[in-house]
Design a protein around this ligand. Structure first.
Ligand SMILES: [Zn+2]
Length: 416
């Protein structure tokens, strides 16, 4: 069995009918009662929660019965986040769901995929009809029967529908693209059986958007933090900034995955969830926000799964402080360039981290190590090229010694 790809489709639906709003309130109540019970009795599984509370809830709440297990699931998910925060000793309050919502599994609702007519049961004998507006974009999923309908979440003004599909099997890799994720670019190396090149993939001005935004935000927050109108404006700006950054990242992730598919390459990235350790985190914490890094990883991962492009994630610890040639580590701060104290290796810090990311992946993946030949020392004088320029070169090209720039004529425009 392959991986499943899940997409969430969002439909604006305006004001919800009163019976449905009532149901949302009831659902929230069941979720909050479930949270309390699960917390008191230290329950972590849906099975146990069902035994402890299903009978009481179905007597106390006149709702369609299938919503009760969905409420258990939502409650357990909320608690999981809470318990994780507790374990890490972070400040947190007893969890409570404030927002109105309903989560319905696909056997609870009926959606006409052609017309957008949606039927949601309220209780055994009562249901409401809604109409969800289907755009061209939604049609791509709803009119393609290989996408199955998953769970549906309803909040005031919006219906969110999960659709899922079996992902294609990832291809066998004949090359690797290893990239270190930075504020304004992804940097590293592309390597195959016969050639390796240093590459960079600019994030299309994301840093500029971020910096401008945060400067303005700080200014406003400092002067008028207590003004509610200002606060609302700040929130609106946050959302705008997020949308703008996200669009740019989509362009980048889309073309990276398309290129990897063309080249039968595996994409290797740091595992950002293991981020705590190493010299790296301090560097990132000083930054305004590391959200774009997580966002581009999220995008690359789901697009890759969808395209059958394999992804490897490696532990980022020491990647920016290790010499890829001799393995020596620096324990002090690394400047713009990494300079090895043991051998005479010297390399841009971000590219250097990308080289280490590839090395780490090769060390733990035999099949890949057989397919890809990688000697970082040979890249000492290589020129860093934009990834797309390199990918536009013919595959399996002539044996090209590292350090030789590709002829200008060979570089075609990226056109991606
Ligand atoms: Zn060294």
């Amino acid at each position: 069995m392959g991986v499943r790809v899940i997409r969430t489709l969002s439909f604006p639906v305006g004001e919800l009918p009163a019976p449905l709003l009532g149901l949302l309130a009831e659902f929230r109540l069941i979720v909050n009662k479930s949270i309390r019970i699960a917390l008191c009795k230290d329950i972590r599984s849906r099975h146990r929660l069902t035994r402890a509370a299903y009978r009481t809830f179905s007597a106390e709440h006149a709702v369609y019965k299938q919503y009760i297990p969905s409420a258990f699931e939502v409650a357990l998910a909320v608690l999981k986040v809470y318990r994780r925060r507790m374990r890490k000793g972070k400040r947190t309050s007893i969890p409570f769901m404030r927002r109105l919502m309903l989560k319905a599994e696909n056997q609870s609702y009926r959606l006409d995929r052609e017309t957008g007519r949606l039927r949601i049961p309220i209780r055994a004998t009562e249901a409401v009809q809604l109409h969800v507006p289907i755009s061209e974009w939604h049609r791509l999923f709803l009119h393609d029967s290989s996408w199955e309908l998953g769970s549906m979440t309803i909040v005031p003004g919006k219906v969110l529908l999960a659709v899922r599909k079996e992902a294609p099997r990832p291809h066998e890799s004949t090359s690797a693209i290893a990239l270190d994720t930075n504020e304004d670019s992804l940097d590293g190396v592309i390597a195959s059986a016969d050639i390796a090149r240093l590459v960079t993939l600019p994030l299309d001005g994301v840093r500029q958007v971020q910096t401008t935004h945060f400067r303005r935000r700080r200014y406003l927050a400092k002067r008028k933090a207590h003004d509610r109108r200002v606060r609302r404006r700040l929130l609106r700006q946050d959302r705008q900034r997020e949308r703008r950054v996200r669009q740019r990242l989509h362009r980048v992730s889309k073309s990276l995955v398309a290129s990897a598919k063309d080249r039968q390459a595996v994409i290797i990235l740091e595992d950002l969830s293991l981020h705590g350790a190493g010299g790296r985190s301090r560097r990132m914490n000083r930054r305004l926000s590391s959200w774009p890094r997580r966002e581009i990883h999220r995008q690359i991962e789901y697009k890759a799964a969808f395209a059958g492009v394999p992804i490897i994630k490696v532990n980022p610890q020491w990647t920016s402080k290790t010499c890829p040639v001799c393995g020596a580590r620096r324990r002090d701060r690394v400047g713009k360039d990494f300079v090895c104290l043991a051998c005479d290796w010297e390399m841009d810090r971000q590219i250097n981290a990308g080289l280490n990311i590839l090395k780490t992946a090769l060390a733990s993946n035999e099949a890949l190590a057989r397919a890809v030949r990688f000697q970082p020392g040979a890249l000492r004088h290589d020129v860093v090229s934009p990834l797309y320029d390199l990918l536009a070169l013919p595959t399996g090209a002539r044996e090209e010694p590292s350090g030789v720039e590709p002829q200008a004529g060979a570089i075609t425009s990226p056109g991606l």
